[in-house]
Design a protein around this ligand. Structure first.
Ligand SMILES: N[C@@H](CCC(=O)N[C@@H](CS)C(=O)NCC(=O)O)C(=O)O
Length: 362
């Protein structure tokens, strides 16, 4: 039996897993998940109405792109996506968390604020949900899902008063990425790492495919376009490891921004989650979102709801630091000090476990 990936090209986290499976050359069938599978089979097995889900060749249902990748890295060690040297290893996890979590407002804003994107969503979501139904039912089904997704916009920070700030941030960051991909094939060097798969979530299904951002944001940046295309249609690279701990100078301004923007967001979420800790029973899932966190963005202040799940993603990076040798930890600290990121290592996150889209205290 081959693995089956349930998800849509439109979906952020499906894009991440799709690109990963292709790069790893893992045999799989891709099924654009339909309503019955989404609302019944997936819901029953994972407790969530969510994509992507991967059913392994052994028939196990895996949910959460990071969990899927962790499991597949064990089963398919060729072309590892987790570097073995300390700085790159930590950065691969950190970039994954940043790609998965930080970029969500950009992906949602560029899709839902520009009406011209809706035709593609309506067509693909409708045909996937109800493949054999008349077009008007497909349109209704797509509209229902669209309504659910739009209802998340304010929580993730897509609020009209923040559009200008978000647009300006996006242009600056895409310019930094363009400069980087002009110099290097992938974020950490000549082969993709977990970090590239995190970032491609936003870039594949949303910015690279929705007509407005594909034309206005990605089109004018040919090196970014080429990276998205490389991620989506990977060349077969020789099965050797990553390039050691060297990093391209063009990655450094990106890392500095991650430390000056994403780290404060994580600290803000952690503050709220820690405040719950004394009275919250272990094993009981936390609310999916808490109150707003404010972070400085460019010349302004950006507000978005705290998602406790984000801490689980960062915990992955900190776990990789914890098990390093003292010498490796020292090398990582030395590097992080140069990009303003030492505080990543002193974050005191409560120990979290994941259930579906939520987390709980151990
Ligand atoms: N952290 C999960 C997130 C999965 C996720 O949020 N998927 C979106 C589609 S891209 C979804 O199904 N969302 C439904 C919801 O949030 O209720 C992962 O990495 O797989």
């Amino acid at each position: 039996m081959r693995a089956t990936l349930y998800g849509w090209h439109l979906s952020y986290f499906t894009g991440k897993v799709l690109c990963y499976l292709r790069y790893k050359q893992i045999p799989f069938d891709h099924q654009a998940v339909n309503l019955l599978t989404l609302a019944w089979r997936i819901k029953r097995r994972t407790g969530e109405l969510v994509m992507p889900v991967l059913v392994t060749a052994e028939g196990e249902w895996l949910q959460d792109s990071s969990h899927i990748i962790d499991r597949l890295e064990e089963a398919f060690p060729a072309r590892p996506v987790i570097p073995s040297t300390p700085v790159q290893r930590f950065l691969a996890y950190l970039l994954e968390a940043w790609g998965d979590e930080w970029w969500v407002p950009v992906a949602m804003h560029t899709r839902w604020t520009h009406a011209e994107n809706y035709a593609l969503f309506e067509r693909e979501a409708g045909a996937s949900l109800l493949p054999k139904s008349p077009a008007f039912l497909q349109r209704l089904a797509a509209a229902k899902v669209a309504k659910g997704l739009r209802s998340y916009l304010p929580a993730v920070g897509v609020r009209p008063e923040q559009f200008d700030l978000l647009d300006a941030w996006t242009v600056d960051m895409l310019d930094l990425l363009e400069r980087h991909f002009e110099q290097q094939q992938f974020l950490l060097g000549a082969r993709p790492s977990l970090g590239d798969f995190g970032l491609v979530g936003t870039m594949y299904g949303h910015l690279g495919r929705d007509p407005w951002p594909a034309r206005e944001l990605v089109g004018p940046r040919p090196h970014l376009r080429a990276w998205i295309d490389r991620m989506a249609s990977p060349q077969s690279l020789p099965d050797v490891g990553h390039d050691g701990d060297q990093l391209a100078p063009t990655l450094l301004p990106i890392l500095r921004k991650i430390c000056s923007e994403f780290l404060p967001l994580v600290e803000g979420i952690n503050q709220q989650v820690r405040a719950l800790l004394p009275q919250w029973p272990s094993g009981k899932v936390l609310p999916r979102r808490l109150a707003d966190v404010e972070v400085r963005l460019g010349n302004g202040v950006f507000r978005r709801a705290a998602l406790p799940y984000t801490l689980w993603m960062v915990q992955r990076a900190l776990d990789c630091y914890r098990v390093m040798t003292l010498d490796e930890q020292e090398k990582l600290r030395e590097f992080l000090a140069t990009v303003g990121g030492l505080s990543w290592l002193t974050l005191e996150l409560p120990r979290l476990q994941r259930r579906g889209l939520r987390v709980f205290f151990e």
